[in-house]
Ligand binder design. Structure first.
Ligand code: 1HE
Length: 267
């Protein structure tokens, strides 16, 4: 890996490009000639980027260069592995995508073109997904004789339900951007070419939240959602108490009560 000229002191492979805009980072999958197929060095670079993100970065936008967000696993790397190596490979994807999901800053994915296989697994690890009209979703693992290995078996059923994932894998069904929005893959559907600016706008809004709120939403909420209700209610009460005791929360509540903060209006 070589150090990228990016404003970040993080060594990234050529297949990743990072850019800094104030307190937002934009990380691009940057291998358009291979449709952003994810090889081992890209996975290592994703893990390094999200592990070493400076504290001054409050939100990340993840996007893909070229005509497609990501064509998934680099299939060239698949053929030479034995079972042990394949397990280690899958676990390396798990580690890297856990750094996206449970890292320091919320991540907004901007999707266009093919969002397939491992590309959909990356998107599922992000917190917010913005899709352009060209985006489409597929799990070609089914027809390639393999299985998901980048956390998709855990994250995708939570996102779209296991029945839909079973259909995508067994029959090769694809969802276009509008249908993907309908089943909950994307949160926002925008015109072609408008994804990055929407992603940055959302990232800026996220960056303006109290850090404790962003932590609670990205680290605590998913754990509560997966726990039994009794543990969930208790954890919620604890997190709620910790959040409201934070100086930032106190200042924001005071600002509202003194009519200095914006009201919650329809957007
Ligand atoms: C690739 C890959 C790749 C493109 N690995 N090289 N993913 C898939 O099964 C999807 C495979 N890719 C495609 O179906 C198509 O490439 C796309 C629909 C994404 C784009 O089509 P197109 O016409 O724009 O591009 P292309 O001509 O197919 O590809 C351009 C080049 O990228 C070409 O290489 P070239 O040397 O001939 O120029 C392709 O071979 C190369 N390329 N996609 C390697 N995926 C942890 S488990 C996760 C498991 C999975 O992700 S399985 C799903 C794999």
């Amino acid at each position: 890996m070589s150090a990228a000229k990016s404003g970040f002191d993080i060594k990234l492979p050529r297949s990743l490009k990072a850019e800094r805009r104030d307190d937002i980072a934009i990380l691009s999958l940057n291998r358009p000639e291979k449709r952003n197929a994810v090889d081992d060095s890209t996975v290592a670079g994703i893990e390094a980027f999200f592990s070493e993100l400076p504290e001054t970065i409050k939100a990340v936008v993840l996007t893909g260069q070229g005509e497609h967000f990501c064509s998934g696993l680099d299939l060239n790397e698949l053929t030479a592995r034995d079972v042990g190596q394949a397990i280690a490979h899958s676990r390396s994807w798990h580690r890297a995508f856990e750094r996206i999901e449970f890292g320091r800053a919320p991540v907004v994915a901007v999707l266009h073109g093919a969002v397939v296989g491992g590309g959909l697994e990356i998107a599922a690890a992000c917190h917010i997904r913005v899709a352009e009209r060209s985006a489409y979703y597929a799990l070609p693992e089914g027809s390639r004789g393999i299985f998901v290995g980048g956390g998709g078996a855990v994250r995708l059923p939570r996102l779209i339900g296991s029945a839909r994932m079973v259909d995508m894998m067994l029959t090769g069904r694809t969802y276009d951007a509008a249908d993907g929005q309908g089943i909950g893959i994307s949160h926002y559907l925008v015109a072609e070419g408008a994804g990055l600016s929407k992603g940055i706008e959302l990232a800026q809004r996220i960056a303006g939240n109290a850090p404790m709120t962003n932590f609670a939403v990205t680290h605590v909420l998913p754990r509560i959602a997966e726990s039994d209700p009794a543990s969930g209610y208790l954890t919620e009460a604890l997190m709620s108490a910790i959040a409201q005791d934070d100086d930032e929360a106190k200042a924001r509540l005071k600002a509202f009560l003194e009519k200095r903060a914006p009201k919650t209006v329809r957007s």
